[in-house]
Design a protein. Structure first.
Lengths: 473, 531
């Protein structure tokens, strides 16, 4: 869309434009990166962050200073790992040890890698990886240990996958394999981040005792991406939708993209959405454990984007044709709502859950299951933010007013008094000004007695002068 | 605890919930001795385990109750008896006295009798309606701290009052607790799923009331039964549930519309479109429907009350039941809907197996069939028909009396009927019933009948019955000539098979006379029409 296109679009979608303006104007980051105090090396790292990530760099840069560098470096390390894994030009014999030993590379000062093919988009990061390593070594040892551990797990997971892809078919068969794949790609990041948050004191330590919560955080995001990117992945010859799911609806994976199998494909995609929605409840549970605003924002923004994307993809035939995205206006609105509080976030979760619910159709074999999952999400939100407490209901039935209600009533009474006072004051001012005007008029010779007489005899206007009737005479 | 053979008394035990409780209890505690009391005898659709004893008793009568308690000497009482007013009566006040009598007085009687006979544990099957029928507040994820609704529906009020006295009675001598299940579904349920299913035939499918977002709790009947077993076990061991009420449900709240859509989808019906009717409009439509049906004397699924029900959000927290009773729904809602819609396995027949459908007839053929039915000649007036049919019935009653007396068959003595002295002590319909029972229980030897036609006897007996009308006191419409003649003819066949020559002669004469009369009339009318 060009400028004119944009102008047209937003003139028909004023609410979206409003959201964008609101976000741009009013968003107040909880913490801002202080560039003055940063070293040259740190600045280079942030440049890489901007280059490698579109969506994450903004939220990372608003993080609390304590976690700003660690999470930035964590992200770059994983991105480096990913760049090696993605590059099909690297032979397995080189790739496998590199992936498995990447955790040790993190402490090898000055390590760089130039083995990537030139078209690999994040090649430059590995070419200058020494900057990342320098920052990594400067970090608190606790953070280093966490990042190292996750790098090890992820590197091994990726290496296993690469070996499997080399030897036999690496396509995802069962739902367990699908979950495992998503766990390596995203669930582990969730684990690492959670440990960092708890270490820094920004997360409830209980989160570590319930690993399925942060696992769900990662899986929810990853599964949303996999559903949304079905067409793009298919064109790149990658298949992440598990066979266990698609084989229920179509005989061949390719059939999902054929118009004659559209109904089956939609049912298949809704089963994928159902599979992902099962994590939503745990994501909200996890977010309730965040103790710092910037960390909450960092976690909440991707989640609300995910549920909105899920809603967009649900029973949408376009996902099989092209890559679809939520609009910029919606994104800004979601970001705005994800940076307030859990209850605001829950409201937007509920809103999108209901939208999904409305699109659900009994033609779908998973109709009831989707309906139940949506119900569970609503019920869960109700458990953390009840609309009406038992005491309130008790009072309503017995007709008593609560302390809050009494206070509200009192405030309303006070407000009323204020309004009356203002009105009385206005009245007094009107009377005073009117008297002054009348007095001035009288001083200047106004004949109120004549005016009064004319009015009582019914002449409200001055008499019309007759000579205007025949001007030619 | 399971070692000791406890004696359990279940009220309402032949009903939908009661029988499920009995089954669950017998399965979990095979050494318990279970006695069931109910107004109505065991029904085929609600199977009871073999060793269960049944006694007919009315809980509103203290005399019968004390006799029952004397006989059973129960250690545990599960009070599941109650009456659920139909949808049409739910928000009305017409049945108020009856409902209060059963729920409140009945429960009071049960408590008195139980205390008197030394019952240890008393479980009351309450309902979530004791809270949610109060429409003044929302009911989202409610817990047991919510106030009881003493001003709601006749059902909710009376159950709430009964529950209150049950819980108040709890003491170390007799422990009580109350379970509040939500709307139930399951095989044998005659309210929820059948009324939703009925909407398909009425063409009410695509119209969904409300915003389609109101969540409801539904409970599968076996889950409720599990909760009862757990409550009994709790009161016999840890006793933490004493004096407490618990919401029992599947803990999978579901949008009411979706529940309906899922039921319809199960029967292969997917609405071609869905129309969401705003609540206010539906409310007035309900009012209109009520007025129309009040004038027509039929029943409606749509009424103001059912609109209020369909739009309400009602679901409860299952935390307390989980923590104290250890209750969790064993059968999920999806399975529950499937089971509720399917016929019970024991009732399965050849229609549930492989089957085929016939080619539907052409629209022209259907149109021809659906034309107004032709008028058959009717020459006898109602009085004449009555007198003829009376003659047939009287003669046949005499014939049946003679037959039974001749071969000395037994005539069961029934409480509310006088013993048979003359044929007219029983209606012809009752004689038919008796003869049919004698034939089907093989008490009539075939050789007594004409040509050993034992099977044909049943058919002709049925043919000889006059079509009865649904309402007894409605004026019956005039029968056509062919129908009258057919009834006489069937009677003749009965007499023939029973080998009663005199009756046969009488009926054949009556046939000839009637035929003659009809022909005469027809001839006259023809002449009259073409002068």
């Amino acid at each position: 869309m060009g400028l004119i296109g944009n102008a047209l679009y937003y003139s028909f979608h004023p609410m979206e434009l409003r959201s964008i303006i609101q976000w741009k104007v009013w968003h107040n980051p909880p913490h801002e990166r202080n560039e003055k105090n940063e070293t040259e090396n740190q600045k280079i790292c942030f440049q890489f962050l901007d280059k490698t990530s579109r969506s994450f760099s903004a939220v990372i840069k608003e993080l609390h200073p304590e976690l700003l560098i660690p999470i930035c470096i964590f992200y770059l390390v994983l991105r480096g790992l990913d760049t090696i894994e993605d590059d099909t030009s690297i032979p397995l014999a080189t790739k496998e040890p590199l992936l498995r030993d990447f955790k040790d590379i993190l402490t090898q000062d000055g390590w760089t890698f130039t083995g990537n093919r030139p078209e690999e988009k994040d090649r430059e990061l590995l070419v200058q990886f020494n900057h990342v390593i320098t920052e990594f070594i400067n970090m608190k040892p606790e953070y280093q240990a966490i990042i190292k551990d996750i790098t090890e797990k992820m590197g091994n997971g990726m290496a296993d996958y690469a070996v499997k892809a080399e030897n036999d078919d690496a396509s995802v068969k069962t739902k367990e394999e699908y979950d495992l794949y998503c766990f390596y790609v995203a669930g582990l990041v969730g684990e690492g981040l959670t440990r960092l948050f708890v270490e820094a004191g920004f997360g409830n330590p209980a989160l570590l005792k319930r690993p399925n919560l942060h696992k769900s955080m990662g899986l929810f995001l990853q599964k949303t991406n996999i559903i949304r990117d079905i067409r793009e992945d298919f064109d790149d010859n990658r298949r992440f939708w598990p066979q266990e799911i698609w084989s229920k609806h179509v005989d061949n994976f390719e059939d999902l993209f054929k118009p004659e199998h559209l109904d089956a494909a939609l049912n298949c995609s809704s089963e994928m959405v159902l599979n992902a929605l099962e994590h939503a409840e745990e994501c909200l549970f996890y977010l309730a454990g965040m103790r710092e605003q910037s960390v909450f924002n960092f976690c909440a923004i991707p989640q609300s984007m995910a549920i909105a994307t899920m809603e967009l993809c649900f029973r949408n035939p376009d996902i099989f044709k092209r890559n679809i995205k939520i609009t910029k206006g919606d994104a800004c609105d979601l970001m705005h709502k994800s940076t307030q509080s859990l209850s605001v976030l829950c409201d937007s979760f509920r809103q999108y859950t209901r939208k999904i619910h409305k699109k659900n159709t009994p033609k779908d074999p998973n109709f009831l299951k989707i309906s139940i999952v949506c119900g569970q999400i609503e019920k869960f939100i109700e458990t953390i933010f009840p609309t009406q407490s038992a005491e309130a209901a008790n009072r309503k039935v017995s007709g008593e007013a609560s302390a809050a209600e009494l206070q509200k009533k009192q405030e309303e009474d006070e407000n009323k008094q204020d309004v009356y006072f203002m009105m009385a004051l206005m009245g007094v001012i009107v009377v005073v000004i009117a008297s002054i005007m009348i007095f001035v008029a009288w001083m200047m010779g106004a004949r109120f007695d004549l005016a009064f007489k004319e009015i009582t005899s019914g002449h409200f206007r001055p008499p019309v002068k007759n000579q205007l009737e025949h001007p030619e005479l | 605890m399971t070692d000791s053979a406890k004696k359990v008394l279940v009220t309402g035990g032949t009903g939908f919930v009661g029988s499920a409780i009995v089954r669950a209890l017998a399965e979990k505690h095979p050494n318990f001795v279970i006695a069931v009391i109910d107004q109505s005898p065991p029904r085929p659709e609600h199977v009871l385990p073999e060793r269960t004893t049944y006694m007919q008793a009315d809980i509103t009568s203290t005399d019968t109750l004390s006799k029952t308690f004397e006989a059973v000497k129960p250690d545990i009482v599960v009070h599941a008896a109650g009456i659920v007013p139909d949808l049409a009566e739910r928000w009305a006040r017409r049945l108020e006295q009856e409902v209060w009598k059963i729920h409140f007085e009945g429960t009071q009687n049960m408590l008195d009798a139980s205390k008197h006979s030394g019952v240890e544990a008393f479980i009351y099957t309450s309902t979530c309606c004791v809270v949610i029928d109060d429409t003044r507040t929302d009911h989202l994820h409610i817990n047991e701290d919510r106030p009881l609704a003493f001003k709601s529906t006749i059902y909710g009020e009376s159950k709430a009052a009964a529950e209150a006295i049950v819980l108040k009675t709890s003491s170390s001598k007799m422990l009580t607790c109350a379970l509040r299940p939500s709307v139930l579904c399951g095989p044998g349920d005659y309210q929820l799923v059948p009324s939703i299913h009925a909407c398909i035939a009425k063409g009410e499918i695509p119209f969904l009331i409300g915003n389609g977002l109101n969540l409801w709790d539904v409970t599968y009947v076996d889950n409720v039964a599990d909760a009862h077993v757990l409550a009994i076990e709790n009161l016999l061991t840890s006793r933490t549930a004493a004096g407490e009420a618990f919401f029992i449900q599947n803990n999978e709240p579901i949008v009411f519309c979706d529940f309906c859509l899922a039921v319809w989808a199960h029967f292969g019906h997917v609405p071609p479109f869905e129309m969401h009717i705003p609540k206010s409009l539906a409310y007035f439509a309900g009012l209109a429907c009520e007025t129309v049906t009040w004038l027509m004397g039929t029943t409606t699924t749509l009424s103001r009350g059912s609109v209020r029900d369909a739009c309400a959000t009602r679901y409860a927290s299952g935390n307390k039941a989980k923590e104290i009773l250890g209750y969790e729904a064993r059968i999920g809602i999806e399975e529950a809907i499937r089971l509720s819609c399917e016929r019970r396995t024991s009732n399965r027949d050849e229609f549930d197996g492989p089957h085929q459908f016939l080619e539907p007839p052409s629209p022209q053929a259907v149109a021809a069939q659906e034309k107004a039915l032709p008028q058959l000649p009717t020459n006898l007036n109602a009085g004449e028909q009555d007198s003829i049919l009376h003659k047939v019935n009287d003669r046949l009653s005499q014939c049946a009396y003679d037959f039974i007396a001749k071969y000395q068959f037994r005539v069961p003595i029934e409480q509310d009927k006088r013993p048979v002295k003359v044929p007219s002590d029983r209606e012809w319909t009752e004689w038919v019933h008796l003869l049919k029972r004698l034939a089907t229980t093989r008490r009539i030897p075939a050789h007594l009948l004409y040509n050993r036609q034992i099977k044909q006897l049943i058919t002709v007996l049925e043919n000889s019955l006059e079509m009865r009308h649904a309402a007894k006191h409605q004026s019956r419409p005039v029968k056509d000539d062919r129908n009258v003649l057919q009834l006489i003819s069937a009677g003749t066949q009965v007499a023939k098979i029973l080998r009663d020559s005199s009756a046969m002669q009488f009926l054949d004469c009556l046939y000839a006379d009637t035929e003659k009369l009809i022909l005469e009339r027809r001839g006259r009318r023809v002449r009259f029409a073409n002068p």
